[in-house]
Design a protein around this ligand. Structure first.
Ligand code: COA
Length: 390
């Protein structure tokens, strides 16, 4: 039985800051951000968007009535969750009007969360072939104003429906994974900003990649020639390229050219959104599928997932016949083109504006936010969500 990605949705806030302007404001050469780090625009979440609303908006665009009936497992991967106890998925389950006979959980392992969710979903579908699983990867990446990580912030969510006989990509069974207890990036529960040892994190990302790639090759007889593209978790777009470069010499000139060109396409959405942590790898996959019009069904795509702390995994999928018909290219083109640029001072003001943590109430103006699902405020320590379509 084939199991894999049946649908993919995506959402990012309607505001962004241009990296050239951020560079000027931070007194660094713009090329450092646009070439050295490889980011063009950084999504800026207004206070009316949080990981719950981003995920719900991403799922809203892809689910039909049949999905709502058949989804019996919601797995929410995030590392910027809003509650230490209640799963962010339960809010999304309600906001989308899913069938109540469902399991709903949140999973965490830094940016690896959504990959863990997909692998769990695969097992669930193997046991329950008629079910569908909604996997969400949603995050707001916050390092802080004037920090070295600032240029690698971002916000957004990817929603995936995992099912039998998937319309977009069948996931193959061979996979290689690795865990090691390291401190390259973490966020203690008392902090709303991440701590990161950037250089160490970059090294570990590449080290994990080489280990899981070698382990994958040992398990299979596959090499670079068998891949049309390899998509990476992208904290920033230069990162994946650095990892890809470490294996390119294993292939022919043709392999090098194909994989390098397709890498560039797969990094395009990420370049214009920034880091979305758990959803980042799947945003890269989406960028490849939606932007490379001649990508053929039957192609094998490699996927490298990395979650600091750290867990890494390399796995693969095969594109299904007519997969392009099931993408939402038009909606995503519109989502990108209708965004509004904010100035650096405006971004800083938005960044500093956070919800009260002293129990006081706050009502938010959701009319300015074009998203269908918004955070309308906080009352008695409970976030108030609104689905404008209901
Ligand atoms: N033109 C072109 N490139 C330039 C440049 C210029 N004018 N100025 C600098 N650069 C390049 C540097 O050479 C470097 O490239 P390299 O990585 O290939 O060597 C790159 O820009 C970044 O410069 P660097 O001095 O290393 O930046 P930094 O110390 O400010 O930190 C990060 C960059 C990425 C380490 C930092 O943003 C970070 O920690 N981000 C978070 C990392 C993360 O998300 N980890 C999570 C796990 S994956």
């Amino acid at each position: 039985m084939k199991i894999g990605i049946d649908k993919i949705g995506f959402h990012t806030p309607h505001l962004y800051v241009d990296m050239n302007n951020l560079a000027v404001a931070r007194n660094v050469e713009p090329e450092k951000f646009t070439i050295g780090i490889g980011q063009e625009k950084m999504a800026v979440p207004p206070i009316t968007q949080d990981p719950v609303t981003l995920a719900a908006n991403a799922a809203l665009e892809i689910l039909d009535e049949e999905d709502k009936e058949k989804i019996d497992f919601v797995i929410f991967g995030t590392e910027s969750g809003i509650d230490h106890s209640k799963s962010a998925g339960v809010y999304v389950h309600h906001l989308l009007g899913l069938d109540s006979h469902a399991r709903t959980i949140e999973v965490k392992q830094a940016c690896y969360g959504a990959t863990a969710a997909i692998q769990m979903a695969k097992g669930h579908i193997a046991l329950n072939p008629k079910s569908r699983v909604l996997v969400l990867g949603s995050d707001i990446a916050r390092y802080g104003l004037n920090t070295s990580g600032e240029a690698t912030q971002g916000a957004g969510a990817v929603a995936l429906v995992i099912s039998a006989d998937p319309k977009i990509m069948a996931l193959e069974d061979q996979s290689a994974y690795l865990t090691a207890d390291i401190m390259d990036f973490w966020r203690p529960i008392y902090s709303d900003k991440a701590f990161v040892d950037g250089k160490f994190s970059n090294e570990q990302y590449i080290l994990f990649f080489s280990k899981v790639w070698e382990a994958y090759k040992e398990k299979t007889d596959h090499g670079l020639k068998d891949f049309e593209a390899i998509c990476y978790h992208l904290p920033y777009t230069k990162m994946g390229m650095k990892a890809l470069k470490t294996i390119l010499d294993e292939g022919t000139e043709e392999d090098k050219e194909r994989l390098s060109a397709n890498y560039k396409i797969s990094a395009d959405y990420n370049r214009n959104v920034g880091n979305i942590y758990t959803g980042s790898l799947y945003l890269s996959l989406l960028s490849l599928l939606e932007q490379k019009e001649d990508l053929e069904a039957g192609s094998r795509i490699g996927l490298y997932s990395y979650g600091s702390g750290a867990v890494g995994e390399f796995f693969t999928g095969i594109l299904q016949p007519h997969y392009r018909e099931y993408l939402h290219v038009e909606q995503h083109t519109k989502l990108f083109s209708s965004r509004t640029e904010v100035t650096v001072p405006e971004y800083e003001e938005i960044f500093e504006k956070t919800l009260p943590i002293d129990g006081s109430s706050l009502e938010l103006d959701i009319e300015k936010d074009p998203a269908n699902i918004c955070l309308a405020g906080i009352k008695d320590n409970m976030r108030q969500y609104v689905n404008k379509l209901r």
